[in-house]
Design a protein around this ligand. Structure first.
Ligand code: GLN
Length: 453
């Protein structure tokens, strides 16, 4: 823990941590030492972790990357972080993220952009770590923690993992409790770990998961031994390759990596089968209706009365307006406006209801593939490697949204998905492959991604 605290201090230019909590870390580490000395070590005893600043931490400021929560200190601990502390892990601090987890580059945080430790060959230009869990991914890649918590609403665990050469898994919707995690889009949000190896992810997910009566969408299922699944191999498994993921303009090196991944799985004993997920092309536009709709509703609670920032005004409506105008950043405001629009009386059927129907069709595509004997699906994690800081931030927001084309389908269907590092692009930046599994079958994902790792 001491070595990590020092490393975090030295690496401040990466801006991975919004808040360092060295006292809390060293106190927890002392308690761990005592446990170990007494022969009572718990499964994660003394392991220093970073916590995405979307998870409420009791007595430690939680900002969600937003100015509106700059002064918010929760008096409760999120279910996921509480599970980690129950198992003996140590908290190094709160990790940076896109504001309210909205973004794909960690450039929308009110606490500044996170810089990836990676650089293109022969260049010093700063590279984004991806988002929204950019702080988690950069911290893991730069050895500023052993592992980190993250959340994934439309790719925010898998895309930053792919951009930083780390492993990230979004488990099945309902595997981890959402209790005490700041809500973005409640029907899509899931917590999961980012770590440096598949095995580390399996160990962390095992601790983070589990039923919780406080989140009615949290599954009441036993948590499997994920670590045991890592070395299970892929003999006899059928891996689907969905032809609709071969999108126009995808760089040839991504296609090559994808073919390589399939070849590795085949060599290890899996059967590779081309499959069709015909509604894939509608996932991204439908996601960018459903996610903002839910966000606009969830963010209504930030009114200057109950949490964080308050900008005084002469009447209550003025207080709401001034607080929200000053507290929310551009991307968050854009999502609130889109979400309010698609939920409004005249447009609800045209946008929101249609997007929900598309969501059902996407889910059905996957169900049909699994019913036909496919055990897991292999795709690229992202349509490109990481880009430079500022390269996409000022352009059309849709260009940023296109980063999520391979990841949002998984959230729309509620399925588990993992991103595993699989190689480097021509400029020396990491690329990831994604494996998508059956509901509550994260074990197959661990086994198959271990073959690629
Ligand atoms: N990039 C996506 C968005 O901005 C996903 C974010 C996420 O998964 N939290 O909505």
């Amino acid at each position: 823990t001491q070595a990590h605290v020092a490393a975090v201090e030295r690496a401040r230019p990466l801006n991975a941590y919004i808040l360092e909590t060295p006292e809390r870390a060293l106190g927890m580490a002392d308690a761990s030492d005592a446990r170990i000395a007494a022969g009572e070590a718990r499964p994660l005893e003394g392991l220093p972790l970073g916590i995405k600043d979307l998870f409420c931490t009791e007595g430690t400021r939680t900002t969600a990357g937003s100015k509106i929560l700059e002064t918010f200190t929760p008096h409760y601990e999120s279910a996921v972080s509480a599970n980690l502390w129950r198992d003996g892990a140590v908290m190094l601090g709160k990790l940076n993220l896109d504001e309210f987890a909205m973004g794909s580059s960690n450039e929308t945080s009110a606490y500044g952009t996170v810089i990836s430790p990676w650089r293109r060959n022969g260049s010093e230009a700063a590279i984004v770590p991806g988002g929204s869990s950019g702080g988690s991914a950069a911290a893991v890649a730069a050895h500023l923690c052993l592992g980190a918590t993250a959340t994934d609403t439309g790719g925010s665990i898998r895309q930053p993992a792919a951009f930083t050469g780390t492993v990230g898994i979004k488990p099945t919707y309902g595997r981890c409790s959402r209790w005490g995690t700041v809500a973005f889009a409640s029907s899509l949000d899931q917590a999961g770990p980012i770590a440096r190896t598949v095995r580390d992810c399996a160990i962390l997910l095992g601790s983070m998961s589990g039923s919780d009566a406080r989140d009615t969408t949290c599954a009441d299922l036993p948590v499997p031994d994920f670590e045991a699944a890592v070395s299970r191999g892929v003999k006899g498994l059928t891996i689907g390759i969905p032809r609709e993921y071969r999108v126009d303009g995808m760089p040839a090196e991504i296609q090559r990596l994808w073919d390589q991944g399939a070849a590795w799985l085949k060599e290890a004993g899996a059967t590779i089968r081309e499959i069709s997920l015909p509604h894939t092309q509608y996932a991204l536009p439908a996601y960018y209706i459903v996610a903002p709709a839910e966000a606009s509703s969830n963010l209504a609670r930030y009114d200057g009365v109950r949490y964080g920032l308050r900008v005084p005004a002469s009447d209550i409506v003025g207080l709401y307006e001034k607080t929200r105008a000053a507290g929310f950043g551009r991307e968050v405001k854009r999502r609130i406006m889109i979400g309010t629009y698609v939920l409004s009386a005249g447009y609800y059927d045209a946008y929101y209801v249609r997007a929900q129907k598309i969501r059902t069709l996407i889910k059905r595509d996957f169900e049909q593939a699994y019913a036909a004997g496919v055990d897991a699906i292999l795709t690229p994690a992202t349509p490109s490697a990481a880009f430079g800081v500022g390269e996409k931030a000022s352009a059309d927001p849709v260009e940023m949204y296109l980063n999520d084309v391979f990841t949002v389908t998984v959230n729309m269907a509620g399925l588990p998905g993992i991103s595993v590092p699989a190689g480097l692009d021509a400029q020396g930046l990491p690329l990831g492959l994604q494996l998508i599994g059956r509901p509550f079958d994260e074990e197959t994902l661990f086994a198959a991604s271990q073959v690629i790792e």
